[in-house]
Write a protein that binds this ligand. Structure first.
Ligand code: COA
Length: 262
């Protein structure tokens, strides 16, 4: 049996915690880690109660220091290299499209595939000591797990091209200033901050929470008229859902709503 490199824990019934535990290689992503990440994602999605996920790396040094460079070096041909890139892209897209909202808790280096994983998640909270970069250029290659596409969408083409073409990493604070990171905290407070945000989200009406993720994703991927149509459609469904009725009634009756997920 393969060594276990990805753990799934439940700090609360609605909050999944996925930890990459290949610390001796700075949590680098090889095919076994990718398979196990997918298996843990499937497990988390299999629990209807799961609303929020936190993804982090074991240890204080790295979130994920990239795709495993030895795997890339040993591909036999371009077909195998393409398959590795497409494997990572497809897996990260599954996180992006999951009904669960995912927070990246970036505890150290998020380089190459590590930053690409973090960018496929929904929020990024980083320790002050974290470093963020796409250093593939220094290996004579380019990002392959979505970096050229997601980085540009998050921070704009100029900043993205600088990071990708220079390979220069950013500090967490610079990442925050550019909009790549939503919050920077001292290292000891990282998990507390991630859990605090996860709890805020987990308390919300489940169907509406899912729609928030889907609609904001649509704002990136569709035209404005198309996105507005999807939004109106979701609003219409939720306004007459049980939770929509309950939430508005509770406001009018000056009490806390009790959401049931229907
Ligand atoms: N793939 C495979 N192994 C990796 C790795 C990666 N992306 N990143 C780190 N490792 C391994 C190192 O080979 C080393 O293994 P060893 O102890 O068996 O020699 C171990 O993790 C520790 O890394 P090391 O380089 O000794 O730590 P450091 O503190 O000197 O440097 C980094 C840390 C992150 C700056 C450095 O490891 C690095 O540049 N990694 C590659 C980053 C990268 O290019 N990512 C994109 C890949 S496409």
């Amino acid at each position: 049996m393969d060594e276990q490199f990805v753990e799934l824990a439940w700090p609360e019934p609605e909050i999944a915690m996925i930890t990459i535990t290949r610390e001796q290689s700075l949590n680098a992503l090889n095919p076994v880690v990718l398979d196990q990440l997918e298996a843990r994602l499937n497990e988390a999605e299999g629990l209807p109660a799961a609303k929020v996920g936190i993804v982090t790396g074991q240890g204080s040094k790295a979130f994920v220091a990239g795709a495993d460079i030895s795997v890339i070096h040993h591909v036999s041909d371009a077909t195998q290299a393409r398959a590795f890139a497409e494997r990572g892209q497809a897996l990260f897209q599954r996180f992006a499209e999951s009904r669960i909202i995912f927070i990246a808790a970036i505890n150290g280096y998020a380089l190459g595939g590590g930053l690409e994983l973090a960018m496929a998640l929904d929020f990024r909270i980083a320790s002050e000591t974290a470093r963020l970069g796409q250093p593939e250029i220094n290996l004579g290659i380019v990002p392959g797990f979505g970096g050229t596409q997601r980085l540009s969408r998050l921070i704009g083409p100029g900043h993205a091209l600088w990071m990708i073409a220079s390979g220069e990493p950013l500090t967490a604070r610079t990442g925050e200033a550019l909009g790549l990171i939503e919050a920077v905290v001292e290292p000891a407070g990282l998990m507390e901050e991630a859990l605090k945000r996860a709890r805020i989200l987990a308390a919300k009406a489940p169907l509406a929470l899912r729609e928030c993720k889907r609609l904001v994703a649509a704002s990136r991927d569709s035209s404005l008229p198309g996105g507005l149509a999807i939004e109106a459609d979701a609003f219409a469904r939720l306004a007459v859902s049980d939770d929509g009725r309950e939430g508005t009634r509770a406001f009018l009756e000056k009490r806390k709503p009790e959401f049931r997920g229907s």
